[in-house]
Design a binder for this molecule. Structure first.
Ligand SMILES: Cc1cc2nc3c(=O)[nH]c(=O)nc-3n(C[C@H](O)[C@H](O)[C@H](O)COP(=O)(O)OP(=O)(O)OC[C@H]3O[C@@H](n4cnc5c(N)ncnc54)[C@H](O)[C@@H]3O)c2cc1C
Length: 483
């Protein structure tokens, strides 16, 4: 998300820009598995980058999502006091939020809480209302930013893990001192390489190891796992706002929130670990989420759970984001350890990163052809007249492939043919949602596979579910001669 936001931002200038990604798609790191809350900005300590970019990012979201056709809703947040002692924390958060520049904050009493959110526990004794809080489709946002970067002239290199970085002079000879101005040569795991004048390290949970490929060891990033429940749309109206408990040392605690697609999200917990690839969920983690959520509401019916998932927060060794020109490597920017509220902050971080690059000598000439708009058809959201007109124009919009989410063949084909098109089952799911509903792809999965195979001109067996190597089909169980 951070890399894609910067890629988008750099599209506003006449530059040659590359977005380099080790996986087979964007939005496969922290940016895919998170709470997707656009935080108002009342809790990061005043004076930190966390606070600055949270509040600035929050303000950028409505217009950006509108222009990029990304699902977003300013539904407001409610931070509740579970007991009398929490009330002083609400007052602290209110004052901190005002200092951070958050607009519209209000402390409300228990009666007002009940009126706004009747399904919360009656014992809740007050709340901080933050009307500027919102919810977003986090992978739609990431993909749209990256796609817009391509539309505006950038290039995306997928399946390209950066494994080595060298500093070189203009004539290609190695530079021993990385503080000297020159070029970077990046070597990828797939055997290719790329030369660039400036580089930005936005490698999420791996941003410490990428920094160490060329810089001195200055910070580390560790994973903190969070597990979630997603519930069927039947539960989606239980609350209207995002409901938080007062933050603790381990973070913002378990929340209950509607999603932009009408589901209910409950989670996360917070487990420190050292495995940066462990996205597993556990009975223990999920039980904790379930039990803790009852402090907010005991009306969530977990029998309607349709999916569990886990995300890994990228915790920097210091308390703040690491956003800087690397002091030991001229021409390199670190956007590292972008923990929560990184999703909210990403558009603002991207703007600041452009300033850092300009300070490092990047010449910024405006791209007069910059196109801020990106359109995406969501058939289910159209009026009956719009649907009829679209089907008349292209009958593939009349063929519903995903019954749960009402996604049509036309939308799936579009998601594959777009500038940064989907090549995997989950890539299609992240772009237009087949498989996100109650049956989780049980019915539409094989159909989507067929469409991918047809559109990409490849065998069905070669199509991955998700990351490279996650195969769906392995071969035939019956050959024609077996019949
Ligand atoms: C459980 C959880 C809940 C959260 N909830 C919220 C929330 O509600 N609101 C909010 O504002 N924030 C939230 N966050 C934080 C937010 O999700 C992150 O701050 C944000 O997604 C970070 O984006 P990123 O681009 O820095 O990292 P990532 O999304 O991880 O992207 C880094 C990318 O770098 C790639 N990469 C790594 N190494 C290499 C390499 N060597 N070569 C090439 N590519 C490489 C990775 O594959 C990845 O795609 C949450 C995070 C988690 C985990």
């Amino acid at each position: 998300m951070v890399g894609s936001a910067l890629f988008y931002e750099l599209g506003k200038y006449n530059l040659k820009t590359a977005l380099i990604e080790k996986e087979n798609d964007v939005a496969l790191g922290s940016s895919r598995a998170n709470s997707a809350i656009v935080y108002a900005g009342y809790d990061p300590p005043n004076g930190t980058m966390l606070a600055r970019f949270n509040v600035e990012g929050n303000r950028l979201y409505p217009k950006l999502c509108e222009e990029l056709s990304v699902p977003y809703r300013q539904n407001g947040s409610l931070i509740v006091a579970l007991c009398e002692e929490d009330l002083s924390q609400l007052r602290f958060l209110y004052e901190n939020g005002v200092k951070n520049g958050v607009e519209g904050l209000e402390i409300i009493d228990s009666a007002a809480v009940r009126q706004l959110e009747p399904n919360l526990q009656p014992s809740i004794c007050g709340a901080l209302l933050a009307p500027t809080g919102g919810i977003v489709g986090s992978y739609e946002f990431t993909t749209a930013l990256a796609e817009s970067g391509v539309i505006n002239g950038g290039e995306v290199f997928l399946n390209s893990e950066v494994i080595k970085i060298e500093k070189i002079a203009e004539d290609g000879s190695p530079l021993q001192d990385s503080k000297r101005e020159g070029f970077f040569r990046l070597f990828f795991s797939n055997g290719s390489s790329l030369t660039s004048r400036f580089i930005v390290n936005a490698a999420g949970i791996y941003s410490d190891s990428v920094q160490r490929l060329i810089g001195k060891e200055r910070f580390s990033v560790t994973p903190r796992k969070g597990e979630y429940y997603i519930l069927d749309k039947r539960q989606g109206n239980l609350v209207d706002r995002t409901i938080f408990m007062c933050p603790s040392k381990l973070g913002k605690g378990v929340l209950i929130s509607p999603t932009v697609h009408g589901n209910l999200l409950v989670g996360p917990d917070a487990q420190d670990g050292d495995d940066k690839e462990d996205f597993s969920t556990s009975r223990k983690g999920l039980d904790f989420v379930r039990k803790t959520s009852t402090l907010l509401s005991d009306k969530v019916d977990f029998r309607d759970s349709i999916r569990n998932f886990a995300g890994l927060r990228a915790l920097p060794s210091g308390k703040d984001f690491i956003i800087e020109l690397d002091p030991d490597v001229s021409g390199m920017v670190n956007l590292a350890g972008i923990k929560s509220p990184g999703l909210t902050s990403s558009p603002a971080i991207a703007k600041y990163a452009v300033e850092l690059l300009a300070n490092a000598g990047l010449e910024l000439k405006e791209n007069s052809n910059f196109n801020p708009y990106r359109k995406q058809i969501r058939f289910a959201e159209l009026s009956a007249e719009e649907k009829a007109a679209l089907v008349a124009q292209d009958p593939r919009f009349g063929r519903v492939i995903c019954r749960c989410e009402q996604v049509t063949e036309g939308e799936i084909v579009e998601s594959i043919r777009r500038p940064l098109g989907a090549t995997t089952l989950d890539g299609v799911k992240r772009r237009c949602r087949p498989g996100s509903g109650r049956c989780q792809g049980g019915f539409c999965g094989p159909r989507v596979l067929e469409i991918l195979s047809r559109e990409l001109g490849v065998e069905r067996e070669s199509i991955a579910k998700d990351k490279s190597g996650s195969r769906v089909l392995f071969g035939k169980t019956k050959e024609p001669s077996d019949r």
